[in-house]
Structures are given as structure tokens and as C-alpha cells.
Write a new protein. Structure first.
Length: 550
């Protein structure tokens, strides 16, 4: 188990008697207060890898200890997937062993969304060899396989790790996949390139047992793009590019963002962090979370609850006094981005005169053979670098001007749209009932059909628009921050039957004017009614909008 105190702490712990009931290690609560905490104390999630390699992969699915299967496997990016054919009405009613299949979802970390075509080819090969061709792009820039057998996991790791990819801590109560600007180092308008800082955080701390038992999942984002292209507002810790009037480019530090229940935007600590200090400051903030984070109740364990209780001033003071041993430099807030879309779709000039080309698959759904084709195109037209975005999209980098048109034509021919409709561009969907054990409704297929239907019905609609679809009340597709957020649940249709549908949230946004969508009471639609409903909303918006209204 990770030690309760950081090796970098430099001042005695303050007494936090007010929070003794929250299970904070720093308040002396080293005895686990719930099953999850007990599981983590019994054995570090990182240790399950050895058992997978030496026992489970050899003896098969039924040899797996349930505490590993439904607990520690997550530390290696593995979840059991939903057994096919179980309808959403039975989610939550069945025992785990009735709901889960003997196959796994496997999540591959893609730090900052940066991939070489060599890595992309290996992902394509793993997908086709071991995952029935599946390979979705997630809204955290990761790649997700399905249909993985436990017997094949060691071989998959070997292939991935041979090209510098891993599934280490891709899920679990630890530092999960880390977001970065997908055009870091190349964008003409970049304030600062966060790549080196982000990669250093990952190199130092992923797989580090000091941070493998956090109170809950922990999400990191670093971007020096003025488009604020990593959804920094809803990560646990974010470093956002700013220019300090005296010290020049660096990062503005944000903490405590997160969605799910009780969504909260992160808050600025008012601190400017130079590039070289980013890993050290990440360690200090993460140590505060580890030591002071709430561990009694899972639904109060994200960093956002501690930040909400302490406020930015106290949080910064604890970071400085107890972990860094020095004061941080005050700094400015980022400017609000000039564009509403921040997904880098389309053709854009790079600072070196070449171009990057962003394209939109449907709701992040790719497959192994398509990813291999993207790798081929990136090698034929660019330098062999690609990236994934936090909107489930992709970018090919470093394309010379005279190769842009042929790349655009080739991508469009694969139904990877460089000039997508707002519906293709702005729709995201989580995994949903196809594979997710928590899902109540279908999402990916529904999202794809919705795109086609809206393109047919509203061919001239040309406004920035986000439609995010979740298969359950969780927030994997960020429904609270979409113009139209759809939360999967059972609803009652005209005949009084319980059918799949969505609770509607309207008016959420990140970026220019961040806000959480409003849940209008009683505003629920069945899956079948969805295109009619969205068509009505958008037509009414166009008819009644005021000047400049998004
Ligand atoms: Fe599964 Fe719900 Fe997350 Fe969708 S939002 S992937 S259904 S847990």
C-alpha cells in the first residue's frame, strides 16, 4: 500500500479534525472504511499483473479471483464486458456474474493523444488478432478494445509495449490516461508546447506505487493551446497555457473538476507554473489528494469534493506549505478561446508551414483495419504522426501543402470526414449497452443513426453544436457539458411501455461560456423519438435565437 505521507512533504501535517469522518489518511484513517478501500489495502492493483501473466492467462477466466476480476484488473485497463442480449431493464438487477461476459474491454493509454504510425499499426494488428477488429477512440484520447480473452492479455501487452504503449493504470483509483493538446508542438497559435511536461509526468508517476492507491480516479490534462482543447474544466488537475507578464509562457493550474453526479468545474489556484516545474507540482497536488482526499464514501471521493470544502486558497496553501516547501508564483487566467469548435477538425497550417488534417469518424467508432489504413495514409502524406482528440476524433500531422488535397480525398473516401456536418462533428457517444455492464440503453449505433437522420432532415444547419449520448446516469460522454446532453434511462412510451430513452439536458458548454446543461423536469424522449425531438429543438433555436446566441 502507498504510504500515507509523501516523501516530499516538508512541514508537519495540520490537524483536520473537521474531516475525521471522511476517511482521510492525513487525519489518521488508515483503517479502510469500505470494501474498495479494503481491496486496495489488501493488495495494490498494480500487483495483479503478475497473477494475470502466471495464473489467470494460463488457467482461464474461471480461475480469476473475483476481487481481482472486478477490482484490481482495472489498474491494468481491464473490465469485463456485458454479456450480449441482456436488456437495459435488467441492468442493476442481476448479480455481476450474470451480467458479465467472459471477455474484456481493454483500454490503452495514449498520453496526450500522440501516436506514431508504428504504434497505430500495432493497435490495428492487436485489434484484428485479439479483439474481433474492435478499436474505439475514447473521449480521453485512449483506444479501447473489446472481446479480449484473458488468455491473450500477456501477448497483447507484449505487442503494445514493444512500441511504447501500455494499459498501466488506464482505469482504477489512480492517475488514468492523461490528456494533452493533439496539436502540441505544431499549432501556429500555440502558447506553449506541453508535450515534454506531460510525458515527464507519465514517465515518473504511472506505475509508481506512491500514487497507485488514490481515493478515486484521477484525471490529468495539459495543454498550451489557446483553444483550451483538453476539456481542462472537468479534469482533476489541469495545466493550461498562459503568458505571464514577467516570466513568459507557462501554465495556469486548475484543480477539482469532474462530472458524474455533482458535476463541478475545476477552479484556478491563481498559480503560474513554469514548464520545468509541472511534474513536481503535479506530484504535490496528487499527494494532497492521496493524503487528504475523502475515502469513506465512493460518491464523495473525487478531488472535487475536497476542493469544494477547502476552497482554492486553502488548497494552494497546503500544496505549497506541506508538499512543495515553497510558494507558487501568482499568474494570469487563460484568455477565452476565439473559436467555439476546439476539436481541430479540418485543414490547418502548422507553425513549420506544413498542415495538419483533423477528421471525424462516427462517434469515435473505428476498427483495426481502418486504423491501419489511417496509418498508411499518414505515412504516404505526412511524417508518420497522428493524434486522437478529446472529442473522439483524429488528426494526421505534418502534411506538406501539395499533399493536403489527396489526403482529404482519401480520408473522405473512407467515410472519415474532414468537412463533416455539425452533427457528425459534434456528436459523441459512450460505450453503451453493446459492451458496458452499467448501461441501460444503446449509444454508439443510436448516435450514428442520429447523425444520418439529422444530416438528411437539416442539410443547411451550420452552427457549432454538441450532442453527447450516455448509456446510463454516469458521465463518460460528458453529457452535462453538451448543447444537447442525453442521459440513457428507461422511459415510458405512448403505449405505457418501458422502453430505452434519454433524459435531456440542454445548454451545457465548455470553453467560451462554461455551463452545465439544465435538466428540464419531465423532458425525456424515447430512442425512437430522438430525431424528431432534436429537429424540433434546432429549428426552434434557429427561429428564435438572439444575436450571437450559441
Ligand atoms: Fe457505461 Fe454509463 Fe459510462 Fe456509458 S456512461 S460507458 S453506459 S458507465
Amino acid at each position: 500500500m502507498a504510504a500515507a505521507s509523501s516523501s516530499h512533504s516538508v512541514a508537519p501535517r495540520r490537524k483536520v479534525s473537521r474531516h475525521r469522518g471522511e476517511g482521510q489518511w492525513a487525519a489518521g484513517h488508515l483503517t479502510p472504511l469500505n470494501g474498495n478501500e479494503q481491496l486496495k489495502k489488501d493488495d495494490d492493483g498494480l500487483n495483479v499483473r503478475t497473477r494475470i501473466e502466471t495464473i489467470y492467462s494460463k488457467r482461464g477466466f474461471h480461475s480469476i479471483d473475483p476481487n481481482d476480476l472486478r477490482g484490481r484488473f482495472r489498474w491494468w485497463g481491464l473490465y469485463t464486458q456485458r454479456r450480449p442480449g441482456i436488456d437495459g431493464g435488467r441492468t442493476g438487477l442481476l448479480e455481476p456474474e450474470e451480467l458479465e461476459d467472459e471477455y474484456f474491454m481493454m483500454r490503452v493509454r495514449v498520453t496526450g493523444g500522440r501516436l506514431t504510425t508504428e504504434q497505430l499499426r500495432v493497435i490495428g494488428e492487436v485489434s484484428q488478432t485479439y479483439a474481433r477488429g474492435s478499436a474505439d477512440i475514447t473521449d480521453r484520447q485512449n483506444i479501447q478494445f473489446h472481446w479480449v480473452r484473458i488468455e491473450d492479455v500477456p501477448a497483447i501487452w507484449e505487442r503494445l509495449e514493444s512500441v511504447g504503449l501500455s494499459t498501466t493504470e488506464a482505469c482504477g483509483d489512480c492517475p488514468r490516461g492523461m490528456l494533452g493538446s493533439p496539436v502540441a508542438g505544431v499549432a501556429e497559435d500555440e502558447i506553449i508546447d506541453g508535450t515534454a511536461a506531460l510525458e515527464e509526468i507519465a514517465r515518473r508517476y504511472i506505475g509508481d506505487p506512491r500514487f497507485s492507491n488514490l481515493p478515486r480516479k484521477y484525471k490529468t490534462a495539459v495543454s498550451g493551446s489557446p483553444l483550451l482543447d483538453v476539456a481542462h474544466e472537468i479534469n482533476d488537475i489541469s495545466f493550461v497555457g498562459v503568458v505571464h507578464p514577467e516570466h513568459g509562457p507557462g501554465f495556469d493550474l486548475w484543480v477539482g473538476g469532474g462530472l458524474s453526479t455533482n458535476p463541478r468545474f475545476g477552479v484556478r489556484l491563481g498559480a503560474w507554473v513554469p514548464e520545468a516545474d509541472v511534474p513536481e507540482v503535479w506530484e504535490a497536488v496528487t499527494s494532497v489528494f492521496r493524503d487528504y482526499g475523502y475515502r469513506r464514501l465512493r460518491n464523495r471521493a473525487r478531488l472535487k469534493f475536497l476542493v469544494a470544502d477547502w476552497g482554492a486558497e486553502k488548497f494552494r496553501q497546503v500544496v505549497e506549505d506541506e508538499y512543495l516547501g515553497r510558494k507558487l508564483t501568482d499568474g494570469p487566467a487563460p484568455e477565452m478561446p476565439a473559436r467555439v469548435w476546439r476539436d481541430h477538425i479540418g485543414v490547418h497550417r502548422q507553425k513549420d508551414g506544413r498542415f495538419y488534417v483533423g477528421f471525424a469518424p462516427r462517434v469515435g467508432r473505428m476498427d483495426g483495419s481502418l486504423l491501419t489504413k489511417v496509418a498508411e495514409l499518414a505515412e504516404e502524406h505526412g511524417s508518420g504522426r497522428v493524434s486522437t482528440t478529446v472529442e473522439q476524433k483524429m488528426i494526421i500531422l505534418d502534411v506538406p501543402g501539395d499533399r493536403v488535397d489527396s489526403l482529404v480525398d482519401a480520408l473522405e473516401a473512407l467515410d472519415l470526414r474532414v468537412k463533416p456536418s455539425p452533427f457528425r462533428r459534434g456528436t459523441m457517444a459512450c460505450t453503451g449497452i453493446e459492451f458496458c455492464k452499467l448501461a441501460i440503453v444503446e449509444t454508439k449505433e443510436r448516435g450514428s443513426e442520429l447523425i444520418d437522420e439529422l444530416e438528411r432532415r437539416l442539410p443547411t444547419f451550420d452552427e457549432p453544436l454538441t450532442i453527447n449520448i450516455n448509456g446510463c446516469p454516469n458521465a463518460c460522454a460528458r453529457i452535462q457539458t453538451a448543447d444537447i446532453g442525453l442521459k440513457g434511462q428507461l422511459v415510458t412510451d405512448d403505449q405505457g411501455n418501458q422502453v430505452g430513452g434519454y433524459q435531456v439536458h440542454l445548454g451545457g458548454a465548455l470553453g467560451l461560456e462554461p455551463s452545465f446543461g439544465r435538466k428540464v423536469r419531465g423532458l425525456k424522449v424515447t430512442s425512437a423519438e430522438l430525431p424528431d425531438y432534436i429537429e424540433r429543438v434546432l429549428k426552434r433555436f434557429q427561429a428564435e435565437r438572439q444575436d450571437g446566441e450559441h
